[in-house]
Design a protein around this ligand. Structure first.
Ligand SMILES: Nc1ncnc2c1ncn2[C@@H]1O[C@H](COP(=O)(O)OP(=O)(O)OP(=O)(O)O)[C@@H](O)[C@H]1O
Length: 308
């Protein structure tokens, strides 16, 4: 049985349609991504799932409960880390954890949680003095303190530097490995590609595609592009004759081979047989952004640094 079922969800703010007939299910133990550009309706969707906003219409079930009527029960089962969660500047890390633990009948051992999150040295530090990464880690600890079965993480790594972002990705995987189902809201393609088992691409309030990251990219382009510089003279026909290869072209000293599925293995096998090394080898595949462009005509890309 799915852990989360969303069917035909709609939400407007006045005239503005934020969520437009959104449906998806999230299975137990997966990391489910909601990926789309700013303003696509991602936060509104997860706020409805968490019972923090009331949809105009549509059905939501989380662990069999309806967030509209079973809000209190649900809050014990779902941990939510929302965008830019703010705490009073003067509250220390330990005080925040004590406070949140007091909301739950059987809270997790927060000392263990923050040891796992690498925050033990900051126990006495006030919230206002924490770095961006430390604030994010604290917000994850607060989302997990009630031993949730589902964790909703919204724009977890926005504003973090590449190293902190990578560390946070490991944390998310560790949360999933403990059996928690994770809903991850993001506008970073690399993040979605790396972490999510399945994801919904969302644009202007609508789900435009729903699949695994590999499934989404395969839909738009099943062609691979292989660039390399041969270490010795190469007869292009040796590659062009391979059934996996669709084209071989030259760009100065570099060779570009395009093809489907097993083209890399086929090319490398021929080169090995000819005792030619592929120098500066690069394999290009379609990205989630290519998929998004193909589906919506525009890019997810934001002005924020996404290189990791
Ligand atoms: N409280 C609100 N009142 C009015 N409009 C809102 C409100 N919250 C969100 N919106 C609008 O609804 C749309 C969807 O917003 P939402 O925050 O759900 O998108 P998002 O995909 O999470 O984007 P972001 O990553 O920028 O938060 C946007 O056009 C936004 O401006």
């Amino acid at each position: 049985m799915p852990v989360i079922e969303v069917s035909n969800l709609n939400k407007r703010y006045g005239e503005r349609v934020a969520v437009d007939d959104v449906s998806f299910t999230v299975e137990e133990g997966e990391i489910f991504g909601i990926l789309g550009p700013n303003g696509a309706g991602k936060t509104t969707t997860v706020e409805c799932i968490a019972g923090l906003r009331t949809p105009d219409s549509g059905g939501i079930r989380v662990l069999g409960l309806d967030p509209r009527t079973d809000g209190a029960k649900l809050r014990r089962l779902v941990g939510v880390q929302l965008q830019e969660s703010q705490l009073p500047e003067k509250l220390s890390v330990a005080e925040a954890l004590d406070l949140y633990a007091s909301f739950y009948p059987d809270p997790a051992d927060w000392r263990q949680l923050i040891a796992d999150l690498g925050l033990t040295a900051q126990l006495k530090t006030r919230f206002g003095k924490l770095s961006g990464g430390q604030k994010q880690r604290l917000s994850i600890a607060l989302a997990l303190i009630g031993r949730p079965r589902v964790a909703i993480l919204d724009e977890l790594t926005t504003g973090l530097d590449p190293q902190a972002r990578r560390d946070t990705w490991q944390l998310v995987e560790a949360i999933r490995d403990k059996g928690v189902t994770v809903v991850l809201v993001t506008h970073f393609m690399e993040e979605a590609e790396r972490l999510c088992d399945r994801l919904a691409l969302i644009d202007a309030g609508r789900v435009v595609a729903l699949d695994t990251p590999a499934g989404l990219t395969a839909k738009v382009a099943d062609e691979q592009r292989i660039w390399f510089r041969p270490s010795a003279p190469l007869d292009d026909r040796l590659l062009g004759d391979l059934p996996e290869v669709t084209s071989v072209t030259r760009s100065g000293p570099r060779v570009l081979v395009t093809g489907r599925e097993d083209v890399l293995l086929a090319v490398v096998t021929v080169l090995a047989r000819e005792q030619i090394r592929p120098l500066d080898l690069r394999v290009e595949q379609a990205t989630l952004d290519d998929a998004f462009v193909a589906l919506t005509g525009r890019s997810i890309d934001t002005d924020e640094e996404t290189t990791v």
